[in-house]
Design a protein around this ligand. Structure first.
Ligand code: AP5
Length: 210
């Protein structure tokens, strides 16, 4: 199954992508993770993306379209994939269509902006393995230390409150129009993000079977 996860920053796309990945055994392609990895490794791509990401802006379309083109050509995508964080603009969705990629389902996870602020400002991520925690909803056993690998957990630069506001603004302006784009194809299902991760997962898995 070829799947797109849509939703505002912090709606829980990454969290649900892990659940779907376990369920369907298909890889997740997160443009955010690819860009953060490039940033960490100091590659050309990372240097190009840094200022956009730090300020909450989108990285230029041609850069992310190039990443996706390359990644979808890899062997592990032959039996399906989950796109998490791509497309994020109408030109990115059009580029995907032009590549001849057939999308089976688009799941949009809806969460109110105030809730997003709480979720993202409390998120901490392991700087070594990328595991994600939340200071209130999902704290690590020892504060600042990753349960999985013992690495240091930190706040992402773009999870500071002012940058979250900018990311939400960018989302409403540039990404939300994709709901109409995919509603017209008849492949869109909207899922209301719940208080409990497992409740959202149940709705997402149900949407996959519909
Ligand atoms: P990216 O990494 O894609 O950021 P994002 O969309 O802002 O996604 P997040 O990872 O912040 O949120 P999420 O929805 O995955 O939420 P999560 O599951 O972690 O992109 C970062 C940057 O890269 C962009 O700003 C842009 O600059 C660039 N970029 C990436 N793709 C691009 C593209 N295609 N074009 C241009 N630029 C691009 O959950 C969030 C928190 O909430 C966690 O703490 C979690 O524990 C908690 N949580 C989740 N679900 C629940 C729940 N049900 N109840 C309570 N807490 C919950």
């Amino acid at each position: 199954m070829n799947l797109i996860l849509l939703g505002a920053p912090g709606a829980g796309k990454g969290t649900q992508a892990e659940v779907i990945c376990d369920h369907l055994h298909i890889p997740t392609i997160s443009t955010g993770n690819v860009l953060r990895e490039a940033l960490k490794n100091g590659t050309q791509l990372g240097l190009k993306a840094k200022s956009f990401m730090d300020s909450g802006a989108l990285v230029p379309d041609d850069v992310v379209i190039g990443i996706i083109k390359e990644r979808l050509g890899e062997d592990d995508c032959k039996n399906g994939f989950i796109l998490d964080g791509f497309p994020r603009t109408v030109p990115q969705a059009e580029a995907l269509d032009e590549m001849g990629v057939v999308i089976d389902k688009v799941i949009d996870i809806e969460v109110a902006d105030e809730k997003i602020m709480q979720r993202l400002s409390g998120r901490r991520v392991c700087q070594d393995c990328g595991a994600s925690y939340h200071v209130d909803y999902k704290p690590s056993q020892t504060e600042g230390v990753c349960d999985k690998c013992g690495g240091k957990t930190v706040q992402r630069k773009d999870d500071h409150p002012d940058t979250i506001k900018d990311r939400l603004h960018v989302y409403h302006e540039q990404t939300e129009p994709l709901k109409d784009y995919y509603a017209k194809t008849g492949k869109l299902t909207i899922v209301e993000g719940q208080e409990e991760v497992s409740d959202t997962s149940a709705l997402v898995l149900k949407a996959l079977e519909a």
